[in-house]
Design a protein around this ligand. Structure first.
Ligand SMILES: Cc1ncc(COP(=O)(O)O)c(C=O)c1O
Length: 359
């Protein structure tokens, strides 16, 4: 008989997403940047001399570059490099947060539906999960219910803001209040999509006043580095230290480090991509409204559409037209919808033409 893993792991289902065979297609299924990174990133990677492949990565200056980039868009209080954690994508940051803070029998408080990786991260630690549903019909944030649940002193509160997949936005002041009211709870705010249509905490956060607050950012969706894997945790230095303790010394590879430096130095490229996504979003929402298609567009670079025909059929037909979208079948509250990532206006025009023909 093979050796047994921990009971939590034996009972765990691996987090899997349909990630194969996507190249060459119009990928509106994972909320990625649909055009790729800045040319400066490409050049920086090409310039890495091959002998450097043989050397372990160096992280000198990267935390400082993150601080400078964040400071340029406004900070409540100045940040120091010790307040920045570097991770192999925000997924790795999430894993480290649960590893460091989530103990058997502790509770994760979150919302539902939300990003799928939070659940296995809690389960692998043996945590209980309390997931409060968004409010129908518009997927409003369940603030009162969440406030009441916070009284039970959960170990971790995870808020995805704006939420993937409902786009629900919560005002930063309300999150700061929640964090201040629950000093024993680590309040993690996943800001992966705030650059598109969202509300970052960083312009108002004071991590000295609320040291239990942690903000997550990634270069995956805005800067187009999803394949290279790099994400950041921003918070009080002691929290960053604890999640760093459960992270390997070289978890982020040299290509990601070089790409991150170049991407952070070319914010104008990200800003212009975000502006194009917002134009495309306005265009698509106009088409949906004019055609009377049920949809829900709030924060982030994605929206939900409820097709009249069965969602699997529409997803399949779009796939045949070379366009990938994500069915939300079986997800609480949004079963029967498709999540469609927003790319450029031209890409959304292509999507809309195919959608009208499907099934
Ligand atoms: C809300 C949310 N958080 C985190 C992630 C993972 O981000 P990264 O690619 O930086 O690991 C995703 C990716 O889809 C996401 O949607």
């Amino acid at each position: 008989m093979e050796p047994q893993a921990r009971p939590e792991v034996e009972g765990l289902q691996a987090y899997s997403a349909p990630l194969e065979g996507r190249r060459g297609l119009l990928r509106l299924d994972f909320n990625e940047n649909t055009v790729g990174p800045s040319p400066q990133v490409v050049e920086a990677i090409r310039a890495i001399p091959p002998d450097q492949y043989a050397v372990y990565p160096e992280y000198d200056g990267l935390r400082e570059a993150v601080v400078a980039n964040l400071a340029a868009s406004g900070l409540g209080q100045p940040l120091t490099p010790e307040q920045i954690g570097l991770f192999n994508g925000v997924d790795a940051a999430l894993h480290a947060i649960f590893h460091a803070y989530g103990d058997r029998g502790d509770t994760l408080l979150t919302t539902s539906p939300t990003f799928g990786y939070y659940t296995p991260c809690a389960q692998m630690q043996g945590m209980a999960i309390e997931a409060i549903p968004y409010r129908l019909p518009d997927f409003g944030f369940p603030l009162e219910e969440l406030r009441a649940a916070l009284q039970g002193c959960p170990r971790i509160l995870l808020i995805c803001n704006p939420n993937n997949p409902t786009g629900t936005r919560l005002a930063p002041e309300l999150i700061l209040d929640l964090a201040a009211s629950a000093p024993g709870t680590l309040v993690v705010v996943d800001e992966l999509y705030e650059a598109f249509t969202g509300d970052s905490l960083l312009p108002s956060a004071d991590f000295a006043a609320t040291p239990n607050l942690l903000v997550l950012r990634s270069l995956a969706k805005t800067a187009g580095l999803a394949g290279l894997r790099i994400g950041f945790a921003i918070g009080a230095a002691p929290v960053i230290d604890r999640i760093g303790r459960v992270t390997g010394p070289y978890d982020i590879n040299s290509f990601a480090v070089t790409a991150a430096h170049a991407a952070l130095a070319d914010q104008a490229y990200v800003d212009s991509y975000v502006a194009e996504v917002l134009r495309a979003r306005t265009w698509l929402v106009q088409q949906l409204q004019a055609a009377g298609v049920r949809h829900h567009a709030a924060g982030g670079n994605y929206l939900l559409i409820w097709p009249e025909h069965p969602v699997e059929e529409v997803e399949q037909r779009l796939g045949q037209a070379g366009i990938l979208v994500r069915s939300m079948a079986a997800k609480p509250l949004i079963d029967g919808s498709l999540r469609v990532s927003i790319g450029t206006t031209e890409q959304m025009q292509r999507f809309w033409t195919a959608y009208l023909q499907a099934p």
